[in-house]
Design a protein around this ligand. Structure first.
Ligand SMILES: Nc1ncnc2c1ncn2[C@@H]1O[C@H](COP(=O)(O)OP(=O)(O)O)[C@@H](O)[C@H]1O
Ligand SMILES: [Mg+2]
Length: 247
């Protein structure tokens, strides 16, 4: 569970400053799937970096499971991240010199898990994302969609409480994008983890119950499950979408 209180992140820019996030108040309950939308440069990545404790607020608080992430020393944050947060990036961020299985295994090294168990869990995670027959392939031998599946397996293998995905389909064609989003949704449903997914695609964004819309660092929540209202005739004649048409 996240509690964000007046969370702000200001960066220096030239002689001035830019508020990448300003005054964000939000709660994210455990197990929720939220999407994040907004124009380029409006603060989406900054928001995700805060949730993943990869950056600290300049003011306000970000509390995860009762812990104030902004106030924790880096030595403790390393463990919090390794145990709780799985990251998925637009560029996959796989290590080119490691094969698929070794890339996934790398996520388990900081947790001090013995080698044999690391291998078994990595192969199981790759099988779960549909790459059971590619465990020995290197990133350069795989398509973009396959590389992103490896990255998903790497995020998943440590069984994190939260998956943070920053435009994970930004480099993929439409068909592959849909496959990747469907895979992430399936894993979210099966595992009950919190999923925060940044996307440019409104169709994808609306698959989640709520969307965080970030505009110039300010965040507003959009409820995607609210019935759409079609206004016909005089005010007050609003009907929910799908209501039978009058004969
Ligand atoms: N490390 C940084 N140093 C200075 N400015 C930054 C840094 N990271 C992001 N910014 C600025 O913060 C704003 C939000 O950036 P970002 O969160 O990356 O946006 P988005 O992911 O929505 O494209 C932009 O104006 C960007 O230039
Ligand atoms: Mg970004």
């Amino acid at each position: 569970m996240y509690e964000l209180k007046k969370l702000s992140r200001v960066y220096p820019k030239g002689r001035g400053k830019v508020a990448a996030l300003s005054g964000v108040d939000l709660e994210i309950p455990d197990g929720e799937f939220i999407t994040v939308q907004g124009l380029t440069g409006h603060g989406k990545t900054t928001f995700l970096l805060m949730l993943g404790a990869l950056d600290k607020p300049t003011s306000g608080k970000i509390i995860f499971d009762g812990k104030d992430l902004g106030a924790m020393p880096e030595s403790q944050l390393v463990d919090v991240r390794a145990q709780n947060f799985g990251f998925i990036f637009q560029n996959y961020n796989l290590l080119p010199t490691l094969n698929a299985e070794e890339n996934v295994e790398a996520a388990l090294v900081p947790l001090g898990i013995p080698t044999a168990e690391r291998r078994a869990r990595s192969i199981a995670a790759l099988t779960e994302v549909g790459l059971g027959d590619r465990v020995g392939h290197f990133p350069s031998e795989m398509s973009g969609g396959e590389q992103q599946r490896v990255a998903i397996a790497r995020a998943l293998v440590k069984e994190p409480k939260v998956i943070l995905a920053d435009e994970p389909t930004g480099n993929l064609d439409e068909v592959t994008s849909l496959e990747i989003v469907a895979l992430m949704e399936k894993l979210w449903k099966q595992r009950g983890m919190t999923l925060v997914l940044v996307t440019h695609d409104t169709k994808v964004a609306r698959r989640a119950p709520r969307t965080a819309v970030i505009t110039k660092g300010k965040l507003t929540m959009r409820d995607n499950r609210a019935p759409k209202v079609i206004t016909q005739g005089p005010p007050g004649a609003a009907k929910p979408a799908g209501a039978p048409k009058p004969a």
